[in-house]
Design a protein around this ligand. Structure first.
Ligand SMILES: [Zn+2]
Length: 255
């Protein structure tokens, strides 16, 4: 059942606690997945942003790299929470198919950021259906989710280009960043790694990499798909970055 947007908004904006359900079958091509959005306070002030959030589900977005049907039958809950860590944009909790988003932040985000964060968290939920998340390295977990959400965004590419300009002899690695504030740049690099893999190997977008990793673990899954070790792929990616992203081309713009 698909509820009209206005009915959803009416539900969400009445009383101190609103609850609404929408189907995102079209949005994520996941068949029978249902998403429920809960807000634990009156959203009158934030109706425009919540409307954007809803629109993101209805616009036919389709994160690449997630095998079809992965979230079929799953009832996803998106909770718009009041309190949130400044650095974290959202969090996913696969055991209860729960996504928590910071209501105070999303009222300031642009539509594409709302979509990126929702898709990133949905990718975490989907990955958890295939792999044991605690056994997956940080670069794979966050890089895959970020790449599935947005590919390599223009903003991420710009961040990488600036970092390459600033530190040309200090190549990025797939290691977890030591400081949390470096996470944003690391996410950009990790997403760029998956973008690189898909460009040279073509097995990411269609979900075969995730399926292989689900069956064999990250190391053996990656080796089976690309016939190379992660270390070799990482070294090739570093050379590729040094070549392709070594400066900022004239007229480069993200608008
Ligand atoms: Zn994440």
């Amino acid at each position: 059942m698909r509820m009209p947007l206005l009915a959803i908004l009416a539900l969400m904006t009445t009383g101190g606690r609103g609850e609404a359900q929408i189907s995102v079958a079209a949005a994520w091509s996941t068949g029978t997945t249902r998403v429920r959005v809960i807000a634990h306070r009156n959203l009158d002030r934030d109706v425009a942003k919540v409307r954007q959030l809803m629109a993101a589900f209805e616009s036919g977005i389709n994160p690449p790299g997630l095998p079809r049907g992965l979230l079929d039958g799953v009832r996803v809950t998106i909770s718009l929470a009041e309190e949130f860590d400044d650095i974290v944009e959202g969090s996913a909790h696969p055991a209860s198919a729960l996504i928590i988003l910071p209501i105070t932040s999303i009222t300031k985000w642009q539509q594409r950021q709302v979509m990126r964060v929702v898709r990133h968290e949905v990718a975490h939920l989907a990955m958890a259906r295939v792999v044991e998340i605690t056994s997956v390295p940080y670069w794979f977990r966050e890089g895959y989710a970020e790449w599935a959400a947005v590919g390599l965004s223009c903003e991420a590419e710009l961040q990488i280009r600036l970092d390459r300009l600033a530190r040309p002899h200090d190549p990025p690695t797939l290691a977890r960043p030591a400081e949390r504030v470096q996470s944003r740049l690391s996410y950009a690099y990790f997403a760029a790694f998956f973008s690189h893999l898909d460009r040279v190997g073509g097995a990411v977008k269609d979900g075969s990499l995730l399926r292989a990793v689900g069956g064999r673990g990250v190391e053996r899954g990656v080796a089976a798909v690309f016939q190379k070790s992660i270390e070799t792929l990482e070294a090739e990616w570093q050379s590729d970055l040094a070549l392709r992203f070594r400066d900022i081309p004239d007229g480069f713009s993200c608008q």
